[in-house]
Ligand binder design. Structure first.
Ligand code: HEC
Ligand code: HEC
Length: 306
């Protein structure tokens, strides 16, 4: 039914287009024909008079002007035969915006692909010493990563700082590359339904204690009870985190979602689900390899100047 409907609409719209063009042709022709005065005949006026004696001749359009109209109309018809535009008809040339885009991408890949491939075989450990490779990586980062991680890779709330050598998922060249290729999904459950609001308050204070802040002893004790039953599976018995599931270290006072008591309590109450999109399909392995080198260069203190 849907197919039938869209075919019908396509025909209706194509018919409206064709009829309009034919009507314009007829109109243009009707304006030219019949009114050309023969030799000696007086040209009629339009019948109005302004300012006493100012009248307008009813002359047909000049030939050259008229021909311009004909040319545009014929051009329009030719265009509709060659290119998409007439209902759902795809045009004889088979052109589409998608085809053109694909062709341009293929051409860019053919031109720039070898530039990226040249680095693909070089291990990241070596690329971090190659300023030219890092500069290419930096440009890629500026195009594809800054909207989330910031132009200096310094991150923002919910988007990790990539320059501080503090890693959710691990900071070896291999894990960084896996992160960018396959993406990552942080999964911190919401806890308020399980441990109650008091439980959240206490365990949030315990997390502050883990991060080295002054918290009163009774609260620490209450919070630790909750922590050791509910949180250690992911954050570890000492709260140092687990890179296998992207569970952050809670002892280092580096925060993805903010380190005030309120922010920590919010993380625990509502849970957190940071999502790093996969880039394998989108960018290809060669570009991701260069991006990994660029990200890794911060940890090595080797990043190109901003
Ligand atoms: C749509 C936003 C978004 C874009 C675009 C994005 N990222 Fe991420 N990225 C994130 C988020 C969110 C996380 C944290 C995931 C989590 O909470 O576990 C992350 C995590 C990471 C990590 C892991 C950090 C760690 O501490 O382990 C790396 C490395 C990374 N991104 C690099 C990149 C690179 C390189 C690009 C560009 C190709 C990029 N990201 C593009 C949102 C994004
Ligand atoms: C199932 C594994 C899991 C459990 C259990 C878990 N967490 Fe988490 N937690 C995570 C992950 C993964 C993240 C990072 C989420 C993200 O990247 O978006 C996180 C993030 C956090 C954060 C935010 C850290 C920051 O840097 O902003 C806090 C605070 C936290 N957890 C505390 C707790 C507490 C307290 C408990 C126990 C009540 C707990 N978590 C239980 C996996 C877990």
């Amino acid at each position: 039914m849907a197919d039938f409907n869209s075919a019908l609409w396509s025909i209706v719209i194509a018919a409206v287009t064709v009829v309009s063009i034919l009507a314009l042709l007829w109109f243009t022709w009707s304006q030219a024909a019949g009114r050309r005065p023969t030799a000696g005949q007086k040209v009629e006026t339009m019948g109005h008079t302004w300012d006493g004696d100012l009248a307008e001749f009813n002359n047909p359009l000049p030939k050259w002007w008229l021909n311009l109209f004909y040319i545009t109309l014929v051009w329009g018809l030719g265009y509709l035969i060659a290119y998409p535009g007439l209902g759902a008809f795809k045009g004889m040339l088979g052109w589409s915006a998608q085809n053109q885009y694909d062709a341009e991408v293929a051409k860019a890949d053919a031109t720039y692909g070898p530039l990226f491939d040249k680095y693909k075989a070089v291990p990241v450990e070596q690329l971090v010493n190659d300023q030219e490779a890092l500069t290419v990586g930096k440009r890629l980062f500026a195009t594809y990563c800054t909207q989330c991680h910031g132009s200096d890779a310094g991150g923002a709330r919910g988007f990790p700082n990539l320059t501080d050598n503090d890693w959710l998922w691990g900071g070896t060249p291999e894990t960084i590359e896996q992160t960018i290729l396959n993406g990552r999904q942080g999964a911190m459950p919401a806890w308020v339904a399980v441990i109650g609001e008091d439980g959240v308050k206490n365990v949030a204070s315990y997390v502050e204690h883990l991060a080295g802040r002054q918290v009163d002893a009774a609260t620490v004790e209450a919070g630790q009870k909750v922590f050791s039953t509910t949180c250690i599976a992911c954050h570890g018995p000492e709260g140092k985190g687990n890179a296998l599931m992207g569970a952050p270290n809670l002892t280092d006072d580096v925060w993805l979602y903010g380190g005030s008591h309120e922010r920590i309590a919010e993380s625990i109450t509502k849970g957190r689900n940071g999502h790093m999109p996969a880039h394998r399909e989108f960018l290809g392995e060669a570009k991701v390899h260069l991006l990994s080198a660029y990200v890794y260069s911060f940890a090595k203190g080797n990043a190109p100047a901003q």
